[in-house]
Design a binder for this molecule. Structure first.
Ligand SMILES: Cc1cc2nc3c(=O)[nH]c(=O)nc-3n(C[C@H](O)[C@H](O)[C@H](O)COP(=O)(O)OP(=O)(O)OC[C@H]3O[C@@H](n4cnc5c(N)ncnc54)[C@H](O)[C@@H]3O)c2cc1C
Length: 436
């Protein structure tokens, strides 16, 4: 079924329509940049801000430089789905390469990361609509149901992570769609409003003394003797330590990192406000949702329970909402015919960062600290790894992570432009249609 309503949407993240957010932070002015800092952080998303908080609270003089607005990257553009992201780890492949025990450690640490962020939000009283509402993952093909259950059983042997199987007959208590063949509920997963979380973190960083500059793109980092020279548009700052936190927006100025990241554009739409009965007909328990398709689609109600936010694949070069909003709306209506009349109010996209081994990476390369490559699941991970990389800068034992063990590899001839993606997407589309 195709969309009847070709809506006139606004091309911006729904999250930023909350006008109260604008007054929450005031970036510092250029003239406030000192000539020397203990640490310079490149990138003002979750990774960068989280690292900045940890360093500043440890007493370091921290300057954070952001090329656009603070949070302009993926951190204020995501769906706000929060979980330990087990399904994003390519567990089988990793086990073959690194051994079972090592990989089990990363699975356990993924849960630690999720719990850490939930606790941090509560302790710091960050108002970000955090709701531990649970997530329903539906089997998008009859053959996928058994695999979902098996995956949950395997995880239960490694980590205390509850999962509840739901048969096709019972699934309508969880999701108002015929598109699934049963599924699994992860009752401890959650949702939040990412731009509110980001603003809350920026406020904490400012209170801790971090200088944060917008529209200040870093052009080059070099090391002379023991000191870094960080060149940004309009100036240079010396620093004892540098952290690269540019994730899917990593550019040629950090060529070695760029060659290790596969930037993939991901998109979202938000419907107009709908009656509660319609929202509950989609998500009776107001949970987060997704399916088992290879071309990932995920959705959730807005925090006020009035809209459906639906995310998935983007098309074309650059931000082309005329292409992806139609695709996502058609996908949404195929899954939920009851949304056929719903208008789309917002459409937007951003870059996620995949890696060749499907694992986030953290460490030191070319003498620069970094954390990146969250493979589309970065709300929890970026915050956690931002903190970890700061602890590594501080030489604290807490900075050690089981993710240190994975080498951050590229592939021969890969320059950072994923020319192969259209072919891979076509293959995934083909496989999805056959339920492989
Ligand atoms: C549409 C979409 C939906 C998503 N949904 C979810 C979800 O539901 N759940 C989930 O867990 N994850 C989701 N993600 C992924 C998640 O948002 C990211 O993994 C996370 O925000 C990454 O945070 P970050 O700080 O590492 O990177 P970003 O937030 O992308 O920040 C990187 C920043 O670096 C800046 N930068 C780059 N180069 C320079 C330079 N030279 N100088 C200065 N600054 C520079 C950029 O401008 C950017 O602001 C989604 C992502 C997108 C795009």
């Amino acid at each position: 079924m195709l969309a009847k309503n070709i809506s006139t949407y606004t091309n911006m993240p729904f999250w930023l329509a909350d006008t109260s957010l604008a007054s929450k932070i005031h970036a510092n002015a250029r003239f406030e940049i000192p000539q020397k800092a203990d640490a310079v952080i490149v990138g003002g998303g979750f990774t960068g801000i989280s690292a900045a908080i940890t360093l500043a609270r440890a007493g370091l003089k921290v300057v954070l430089l952001e090329a656009g607005h603070l949070g302009e990257g993926a951190s204020c553009r995501n769906g706000g789905l929060l979980g330990p992201s087990f399904s994003k780890l390519g567990v089988d492949g990793l086990e073959r390469q690194y051994g079972r025990d090592n990989v089990h450690e990363t699975i356990r640490e993924s849960l630690v990361a999720f719990n850490w962020l939930v606790d941090f939000i509560k302790e710091e009283q960050i108002d970000c609509d955090l709701s531990l509402c649970g997530r329903f993952r539906g089997a998008s093909h009859p053959s996928h149901y058994a695999g979902l259950i098996e995956q949950a059983e395997e995880l239960a042997k490694v980590v205390d992570f509850p999962a509840i199987a739901v048969s096709r007959q019972d699934q309508f208590e969880e999701v108002g769609s015929n598109a699934y063949y049963g599924g699994v509920i992860y009752p401890t997963d959650g949702t939040l409003q990412p731009a509110k979380l980001h603003r809350g973190l920026c406020q904490i960083a400012q209170q801790a003394g971090v200088l944060m500059l917008e529209h200040t793109k870093v052009r080059d980092v070099s090391k002379q003797n023991a000191m870094y020279k960080v060149q940004y548009d309009g100036g240079v700052i010396d620093a004892d330590q540098v952290i690269i936190a540019t994730n899917g927006y990593t550019g040629g100025e950090f060529d070695k990192f760029k060659r290790r990241i596969i930037p993939i554009r991901s998109a979202m739409i938000a419907t107009e406000e709908l009656p509660e009965s319609v929202i509950r007909s989609v998500s009776p328990k107001l949970r987060a949702h997704g399916g088992t398709e290879r071309l990932v689609a995920y959705y959730r109600p807005s925090p006020d329970g009035k809209r459906i936010l639906f995310g998935g694949r983007a098309f074309g070069r650059g931000d082309q909402p005329q292409l992806y909003s139609k695709y996502l709306q058609d996908f949404m209506i195929r899954t939920f015919p009851q949304l056929e009349e719903a208008k789309i109010d917002y459409a937007w996209s951003g870059y996620v960062a995949y890696t060749f081994d499907h694992v986030p990476h953290i460490g030191k390369m070319d003498d620069m600290h970094y954390a990146m490559g969250y493979c589309g699941s970065g709300v929890g991970r970026a915050n956690y790894f931002g903190r970890k990389i700061a602890q590594q800068v501080l030489n604290q034992v807490e900075g050690k992570t089981s993710f240190d063990q994975f080498p951050f590899n590229t592939r021969p001839l890969y320059t950072g432009k994923p020319w192969f993606l259209p072919m891979i997407m076509k293959w995934h589309d083909f496989a999805d249609r056959r339920g492989w």
